[in-house]
Design a protein around this ligand. Structure first.
Ligand code: HAM
Length: 417
C-alpha cells in the first residue's frame, strides 16, 4: 500500500471505539456533576496565541508546534493544548458576562511534534477542565477533586497526586535568580538544552530528563522557600481544602510544568507503571494568562489529562473496559418473500434503539445461522416458508437454544420490553 498513517498518530478502530466512548462518557458525567459546561474550540488557532501563552521559549512553542501558513500568508498552529483556546473563547465571547458559564470542560485532539514513544503521540486526545474567575483556594481543590472523582469512577487505583506552588511572577523571579546562583558552578556540565534553560527559564533545569543534569537537582533551592506571604498562605489553604476533601497528595517542589502560564498551584497525576510518560494529567493556576491575552485581569485554574495514557494505566490494572457492541438480534430470512417481510420487523426494532443485524448476501439457512452465531447476538429471529404461511416468526435464544413461535406484535413486545 502506498499510503501510511503519519508517524505518532493512530487509528481508533471499531474494536477500540467502545472504550474510548466509555472514558469520554464518564468524564462528561463527572464534570457535569460538578456543574461544568462543555466548550468546543477549533483545532487550529493563530500561532501567536500559543507563542504568547505557552511562552516563546517553551518546548511546546520552540520544538513541538505544528505551524502552517494559510492561503493569505497568516500564521496558524494546530493546537498543542486546550487552555489558551478556551481562554481566547472566554474573552472573545465575553463569557464573564454570562453568569455561571465560567466552569468549562473540553475533550479533543491536540498536536505536538515530539519523538513518538509509548504514551507520547503527535496527535493525542485530552480531556480538560478550566475554572475561570476566582483565586479562592477552594477552586484549586475543586478542579483536583474532579480529576480524582474521574479516576475513582474509572476504578484506577495506583495513581499519585503531586502538588507544588510555583508562586506569582515576583516569587518566580526571585526563585529563578536563586537557581541561576546555584547552577552557575555546574554550567559546563549541563546538557546543551539546560545551558539554554539556564538563561531563558531556569526552573526548567529541574525538569531535565538527562541523567547527568538530574544529579544537581537534589541540592537545588526549593521554590517553596521563595514564596511570598500571600502565595505561601494560598498554598497552605489549598492543602487545607484538599485535606478536608479527603484527597491525598504529596508535595513535590520539583513540579515546574512545561508551559509558561502557571502561577501558584501546580499539580500532576503520576502513574509509575507507565514509565517515561507517567504523567497522566497535569495542571495548575494561571492567574495572569487572561489579561496577558487581552482580557480583564482574572484568576483561573485548570488541568488536562491524556486519554491515551489513561487507557494505558487502566489496562495495566486490568480494569475491564467495554469492547465492541454486540447485536441483540440477528434476523434470518429464507427466500425472497421472507426477506421482504423481515424488513418491517428490522426497521421497528432499530426504531426502538435495538441493535438488530441482517445480511442479505447470505441466503441459505445454514449460512445465516452460522452468521447469527458468530455475531454473538442474544437472539435470532427466523422467518422461513412455514412461518410466512402461518404469519408468525421464530424467536430463538442463541445462548440457551430455546425457541418459540410468536406473532409480529408479540415478538416486538418481547424484544423491546
Ligand atoms: P500538559 O501537562 O502539557 O498540560 O498536558 C496534559 C496531559 O496531556 C499530560 O499529563 C499527558 O497526559 C497528556 N499529553 C501531553 N502531551 C502528550 C503527548 N505528546 N502524547 C500523549 N499525551 C500527552 C496542558 O496541556 C495544560 N493545558 C493543562 C492545563 C489546563 N493547565 C491548566 N489548565
Amino acid at each position: 500500500m502506498d499510503y501510511r498513517i503519519p508517524r505518532g498518530t493512530y487509528d481508533i478502530l471499531p474494536e477500540n471505539s467502545g472504550k474510548w466512548q466509555y472514558v469520554k462518557d464518564v468524564f462528561r458525567r463527572v464534570a457535569e456533576s460538578f456543574g461544568y459546561f462543555e466548550i468546543t474550540t477549533p483545532v487550529f488557532e493563530m500561532a501567536e496565541l500559543f507563542e504568547r501563552s505557552s511562552g516563546e521559549n517553551s518546548d511546546v512553542v520552540q520544538k513541538e508546534m505544528y505551524r502552517f501558513m494559510d492561503q493569505k500568508g497568516r500564521s496558524f498552529a494546530l493546537r498543542p493544548e486546550g487552555t489558551a483556546p478556551v481562554v481566547r473563547a472566554y474573552v472573545e465571547n465575553h463569557m464573564d458576562k454570562s453568569g455561571s458559564r465560567n466552569k468549562l470542560y473540553y475533550m479533543g485532539p491536540m498536536f505536538r511534534y515530539d519523538r513518538p514513544q509509548a504514551g507520547r503521540y503527535r496527535q493525542f486526545y485530552q480531556y480538560g477542565i478550566e475554572f475561570i474567575g476566582s483565586n479562592h483556594p477552594y477552586y484549586d481543590a475543586e478542579v483536583i477533586a474532579i480529576e480524582m472523582a474521574y479516576l475513582k469512577a474509572l476504578g484506577l487505583q495506583n495513581v499519585r497526586l503531586e502538588i507544588n506552588s510555583v508562586g506569582c511572577a515576583s516569587c518566580a523571579k526571585e526563585y529563578d535568580l536563586a537557581l541561576q546562583d546555584y547552577y552557575r558552578q555546574f554550567l559546563p556540565e549541563l546538557c546543551p538544552d539546560c545551558q539554554k534553560r539556564y538563561e531563558t527559564k531556569p526552573r526548567r533545569l529541574l525538569d531535565c530528563k538527562v541523567k547527568t543534569c538530574q544529579v544537581f537537582r537534589t541540592d537545588a533551592p526549593s521554590q517553596l522557600d521563595y514564596l511570598d506571604e500571600d502565595c505561601r498562605e494560598h498554598f497552605t489553604q489549598v492543602r487545607a481544602y484538599l485535606d478536608a476533601s479527603g484527597i491525598k497528595y504529596l508535595v513535590n517542589p520539583a513540579i515546574v510544568r512545561g508551559l509558561d502560564y502557571y502561577t501558584n498551584t501546580a499539580f500532576e497525576l503520576i502513574v509509575d507503571a507507565l514509565g517515561a510518560q507517567k504523567s497522566i494529567a497535569g495542571g495548575g493556576r494561571y492567574n495572569a494568562l487572561i489579561s496577558q491575552i487581552g482580557g480583564k485581569d482574572t484568576p483561573a485554574i485548570g488541568f488536562a489529562g491524556g486519554f491515551e495514557r489513561l487507557l494505558l494505566a487502566l489496562e495495566k490494572e486490568s480494569i475491564p473496559l467495554p469492547g465492541i457492541t454486540l447485536p441483540k438480534v440477528y434476523c434470518i430470512a429464507i427466500g425472497d418473500e421472507a426477506q421482504m417481510s423481515m424488513l418491517p420487523i428490522l426497521s421497528k426494532l432499530r426504531q426502538s434503539g435495538i441493535y438488530a443485524d441482517y445480511n442479505p448476501d447470505k441466503t441459505s439457512f445454514k449460512a445465516q445461522m452460522k452468521a447469527a452465531d458468530s455475531s454473538r447476538a442474544e437472539f435470532a429471529i427466523i422467518l422461513g416458508e412455514d412461518e410466512l404461511k402461518q404469519g408468525d416468526f421464530i424467536l430463538k435464544n442463541l445462548m440457551t437454544s430455546e425457541q418459540e413461535r410468536l406473532s409480529a406484535e408479540d415478538l416486538l413486545q418481547r424484544l423491546t420490553q
